[in-house]
Design a protein around this ligand. Structure first.
Ligand code: HEC
Length: 125
């Protein structure tokens, strides 16, 4: 247990330091739990701007599509900690690194932007 914890901590530190760059390719996403990530995504209000399935804020603002985000994990985490523009900040106090990894896993588990957009095709314009 202890050894595993230490290995995990080391992995997280390496990830945080970006040592594994060009880390988190499609083959090596961070260890996140998509089911947990979905709960966090809904509880923390991401869906209010980005849509319940990460389809983007077509109807209520400029928030980009997040389903199957092409962002590397580091850039994803960076956007939460230091948003580039209008998005609220999610500091480590409100969203732990594990939460961020879980949400990333959830978004990766969604169907891609094309499919997410195709679903409400009737509404699209
Ligand atoms: C109040 C609306 C709002 C909320 C809530 C919100 N976002 Fe955003 N998000 C935005 C906007 C607007 C942008 C465009 C860049 C900016 O303004 O910083 C963005 C950009 C992003 C990006 C960058 C996407 C890209 O392709 O460049 C990611 C990733 C992201 N948000 C994730 C999240 C997550 C995860 C949550 C919940 C923890 C969240 N956002 C909550 C509005 C929001």
């Amino acid at each position: 247990m202890r050894r595993a914890d230490r290995l995990l901590a080391a992995a997280l530190l390496l990830a945080a330091a970006g040592v594994a760059a060009p880390a988190w390719s499609q083959d090596a996403p961070p260890p996140g739990n998509a089911a947990e990530g979905k709960k966090i995504y809904l509880a923390d209000g991401c869906y209010e701007c980005h849509g319940r399935v990460g389809q983007g804020g077509a109807f209520n603002g400029p928030a980009p599509i997040l389903a199957k985000t092409q962002l590397p994990y580091e850039a994803f985490a960076q956007q939460l900690r230091n948003p580039s523009n209008d998005m609220p900040t999610y500091s480590a106090t409100v969203m732990s690194d594990k939460d961020v990894a879980d949400v990333f896993a959830f978004l990766q588990s969604l169907s891609g932007p094309m499919e997410a957009n195709a679903a409400p095709a009737i509404l699209k314009h």
